[in-house]
Design a binder for this molecule. Structure first.
Ligand code: SAH
Length: 346
């Protein structure tokens, strides 16, 4: 029965080598299969042409290759592409290709749905069904890399974990996927071109530091005032700003790496001077920069993008405090591919 077979990509290279030894074959076959599975992204055992027919059918009898299928592709007027990706069990996640002048960025999902409850995010309305496996994250990147080559004539240059889900709530698999993405046996991408974005899970930020990760960290802050943050991101009652601050201290001490704060300014929520002052104070914990993100409406009247005047106040006060600030305009809004809009709607 197909379902009793093990997903071969859950095996490490060592385990694959052991498997071949256990059936009286040469261990190096494990290396060959590993290469087919990862750097060559083979979807079938049939495709592994340097293995004998016998070996291939033996693999077929024991394993499956669970791979994703890009189910639906939507293209925005601004060149952004959104993939609806079907997983082996029929569940769907979304990933996005965002082209810029000299680079292309993949925005990938880490969970089906999300367990957090950010009130302004469309994904939070979907129940968290399950974590993605490392290969399911890896495959999203491979699919987007192909599209980048096809439509933009260049390989994928950057990856952001800003799709569906909270990456640090699927810690092990996210790190395993990055391991594969950065390994020469996988895609060989530099960790410097990868950003993991978290809503701020202090314990896991500390664990990233302990694990000495080389990729970049972004934190979705949105408010540096506990009372306000709790209102828009209720989970922040348990993951307080105080704990977040402590974990970021720890992160910087161990990694010597700065962080980026993602921040949306909403009318009547965080558009006052006191909000900016609290943000500035928070930014002084460690070297950091602020990315002001445009709000993408998700059909909820409680949230409205702040006025340009409020945004200008943010920018000028942050600049005065010598905190680097950028304003990120939304991409792919017409196909619901912008930040916070991923909700399997198409
Ligand atoms: N769970 C992770 C990653 C996914 S969200 C995190 O929270 O960081 C990626 C970014 O989009 C986050 O900064 C999130 O706060 C922001 N975001 C969510 N909904 C949004 C919306 N409607 N408009 C603009 N940004 C939004």
């Amino acid at each position: 029965m197909k379902n009793d077979k093990k997903d071969i990509r859950a095996l490490s290279k060592e385990e694959l080598r052991d498997f071949f030894e256990s059936i009286g074959d040469k261990a190096f076959r494990g290396n060959q299969v590993y290469e087919w599975l990862w750097s060559k992204s083979a979807h079938t055992f049939e495709a592994m042409t340097n293995l004998s027919k016998e070996t291939r059918s033996h693999l077929e009898d024991n394993f499956v290759i669970n791979h994703i299928a890009v189910d639906n592709v939507q293209r925005s007027n601004d060149g952004t592409i959104k993939n609806a990706v079907k997983l082996h069990d029929g569940l769907i996640v979304e990933s996005v290709l965002i082209p810029a002048k000299n680079r292309t960025t993949a925005c990938v999902s880490s969970q089906v749905g999300c367990s957090l409850d950010c009130k302004f995010c469309a994904t939070s309305r979907l129940k968290r069904m399950r974590n993605l496996n490392p290969d399911e994250i890896y495959d999203q990147v491979v699919a987007i890399d192909k599209e980048s080559r096809l439509y933009h004539g260049m390989p994928l240059s950057n990856i952001v974990f800003m799709g569906m889900g909270e990456p640090l709530m699927n810690y092990k698999n996210v790190l395993a996927s990055i391991e594969k993405i950065t390994s020469p046996e996988g895609l060989g991408m530099s960790p410097k071109r990868i950003v993991v974005s978290t809503s701020g899970v202090p314990k896991m930020i500390k664990k990233l530091a302990d694990d000495g990760v080389k990729f970049n960290l972004a934190v979705s802050l949105h408010s540096a005032i506990q009372e306000t943050r709790e209102k828009i991101m209720p989970f922040a009652k348990s993951f307080t700003l105080k704990d977040l601050e402590e974990s970021l201290h720890y992160w910087y001490e161990l990694t010597n790496k700065s962080v980026t704060y993602e921040y949306v300014v909403w009318e009547g929520i965080n558009d006052k001077e006191e909000d900016v002052l609290a943000l500035i104070k928070f930014c002084q914990i460690l070297p950091s920069k602020v990315n002001l993100i445009e709000y993408n409406p998700i059909g909820d009247d409680d949230f409205k993008q702040a006025t340009n005047k409020a945004l200008e106040m943010y920018i000028s006060l942050l600049e005065k405090a010598r905190i680097p600030v950028t304003v990120r305009r939304s991409r792919g809004k017409d196909i619901d591919a912008a930040c916070g809009q991923l909700a399997n709607k198409q």
